[in-house]
Design a protein around this ligand. Structure first.
Ligand code: ATP
Length: 231
C-alpha cells in the first residue's frame, strides 16, 4: 500500500505538488490524470525516490521513502517519461545490464525471457535498440522497469507519441501487468486513463482535485475534460 500524506514540492515559489494526500491499495490500477504541468511527474518522481519532497511523507507498505529509500526502491519499477535506454545495445544485452546492476535474485535467463514474453519483445531481443520502432522501445522501457521484479509499477505517460496500433499493444501489456501488480499510470488524456485504469486521481496545478473509481468520478471526469484535459 502506498500512502502519501500532505505532500509538497516547491521549485522556488512554484508549488509543483501542493498538499497532496492519497492512498493506493495493493493491486490497484490507478491513473494520474491531469494536463501538462499538473504535477503528475513530480509526484511520481517523489514516490519512486528520484527526487525528494519539500514537505510531507510517502510510505510504501509502511516504509518511509525518505528514511529507507533503498528498501522502497526495490519494490518499485519505474518507466520515466524518457527511459534511459542504451541505443547501441541489443534488447537482451540491455536487460542483462539492468539485471546486473539491480542484483536480482531470480535466475537471469528465465526471468529475462519471461519479461520479454510478457511485454512482447522476444521477437526483437537480438536487435539494436536504436533500430526499433517507438512502440517497441517503449516496451523495452517497461521491460527494464520489470527487471527488479517489482510489486509496484509506475509508468509516466507510457503511450505518448505512439501510433494507435502501438498504443493498443502497450495498453494490452499494461492490462496483463495489472493482474498481479499495483500499477500507476499518468496521462493527460482522459480516454487513455479510462481504457487502462480502474481508479482515477485527477491532479491539476499540483493539487488533488478528485479521486475514486471511474463510475464515482464520471461527472468530474467530464468536467475535467471540458476544462483542460484533452481526449
Ligand atoms: P507533463 O504532462 O507536462 O509531464 P506533469 O503533470 O507531469 O506534466 P510536472 O512535470 O510534474 O507536471 O510539473 C509540474 C510543475 O512543476 C510544472 O509547472 C513544471 O514546470 C514545474 N517543474 C517540474 N520540474 C521542475 C524543475 N526541476 N524545476 C522547476 N520547475 C519544475
Amino acid at each position: 500500500m502506498i500512502e502519501i500524506k500532505n505532500l509538497f514540492k516547491l521549485y522556488g515559489t512554484k508549488r509543483a505538488v501542493d498538499n497532496i494526500s492519497l492512498t493506493i491499495e495493493k493491486g490497484d490500477v490507478v491513473g494520474f490524470l491531469g494536463p501538462n504541468g499538473a504535477g503528475k511527474t513530480t509526484t511520481m518522481n517523489i514516490i519512486t525516490g528520484y527526487i525528494s519532497s519539500t514537505l510531507g511523507t510517502v510510505t510504501v507498505d509502511g516504509i518511509d521513502i525518505s528514511k529507507e529509500p533503498d528498501k522502497v526502491k526495490k519494490k518499485i519499477g519505474y518507466l520515466p517519461e524518457k527511459p534511459p535506454l542504451y541505443l547501441d545495445m541489443t534488447v537482451e544485452e540491455y536487460l542483462d545490464f539492468v539485471y546486473e546492476i539491480k542484483s536480482v535474485k531470480l535466475p537471469k535467463k528465465e526471468h529475462l525471457a519471461e519479461i520479454m514474453e510478457l511485454v512482447k519483445i522476444d521477437d526483437v531481443k537480438d536487435r539494436l535498440i536504436k533500430n526499433l520502432s517507438k512502440g517497441y522501445r517503449q516496451r523495452v522501457g517497461i521491460a527494464q522497469a520489470l527487471v527488479g521484479d517489482p510489486e509496484i509499477l509506475i509508468l509516466d505517460e507510457p503511450t505518448v507519441g505512439l501510433d494507435p496500433k502501438q498504443i493498443k499493444e502497450i495498453r494490452s501489456v499494461i492490462a496483463k501487468l495489472g493482474k498481479d501488480r499495483t500499477v500507476i499510470v499518468s496521462s493527460h488524456i482522459l480516454a487513455e486513463i479510462e481504457a487502462i485504469c480502474k481508479k482515477v486521481i485527477i491532479i491539476n496545478r499540483g493539487k488533488l482535485m478528485a479521486q475514486g473509481t471511474k463510475e464515482e468520478l464520471s461527472e468530474k471526469l467530464s468536467a475535467a475534460n471540458t476544462l483542460s484535459v484533452r481526449i
